[in-house]
Design a protein around this ligand. Structure first.
Ligand SMILES: N[C@@H](CCC(=O)N[C@@H](CS)C(=O)NCC(=O)O)C(=O)O
Length: 214
């Protein structure tokens, strides 16, 4: 029995050209590191999804968390839950909090909503990627914004930066077009020790499974 926050990820992902280092439990590990919250990591099988997995995440995906009596899925919801615990991730004043919520949802619903389907079409080799103009437009608006400010919310890092940087750092999206302010932002955010720690831990997790050959 543990009272630590528990984060679920997959039991295995491919190490070559794969999602290791990008599986979304990393967002939650990173948030916990930023907030100084200790956590345990559990896994569910990628290959054979169980009814228990679907009962915790209705789409059979990860991440999802358990924090005492609270069990939630969707990385954005889990991030906001963690962020509410600590001002390192979300300012305590009403304006700062509202702006953090706004930008967290924007990262998911205005940027990732386009970037993930675009990326998926690219990697599956679709001849026509009809989302390119849409993605280009979203990324150039973000580029304009980041040319004028260091962080999304006033003058400080928040969970919204964690999420937007995680959405933008996907390799294919990073190499699509030249956006120096976005690139500097991704660098600035992922240089944070909390990201480095979370990333190293996720890579170690998947490497350990890979080494067993299972
Ligand atoms: N909107 C979901 C997306 C979750 C998602 O795409 N999870 C991926 C890993 S990053 C997954 O579980 N993939 C395995 C699958 O879909 O079977 C969230 O943000 O939590």
């Amino acid at each position: 029995m543990t009272d630590k926050l528990e984060i679920w990820t997959l039991d295995w992902v491919p190490m070559t050209n794969g999602p290791a280092g990008f599986v979304r439990d990393l967002r939650l590990r990173w948030a916990c590191e930023e907030a100084g919250i200790s956590y345990d990591v559990s896994t569910v099988p990628l290959a054979e999804k169980t009814s228990e997995h679907f009962s915790r995440q209705p789409f059979g995906q990860v991440p999802f968390i358990k924090d005492g009596e609270i069990e939630i899925f969707e990385s954005g919801a889990c991030l906001l839950h963690i962020a509410r615990k600590n001002e390192n991730l979300m300012p305590g004043d009403p304006v700062g909090e509202a702006e953090t919520l706004q930008w967290t949802i924007a990262a998911l619903n205005s940027v990732e909503m386009v970037s993930v389907p675009w990326w998926f079409l690219e990697i599956t080799g679709a001849k026509e990627n009809g989302l390119t103009d849409w993605l280009e437009s979203r990324l150039s608006h973000i580029e304009g914004l980041l040319s004028e400010r260091e962080w999304l919310v006033s003058d400080r890092f928040t969970v919204a930066d964690l999420l937007l940087a995680d959405v933008l750092r996907v390799k294919k999206i990073r190499s699509f077009g030249d956006r120096p302010a976005s690139e500097a932002y991704i660098q600035r955010v992922t240089d944070r020790p909390a990201f480095q720690k979370a990333h190293t831990a996720q890579m170690a997790h998947f490497q350990a499974v890979d080494a067993t050959g299972n």
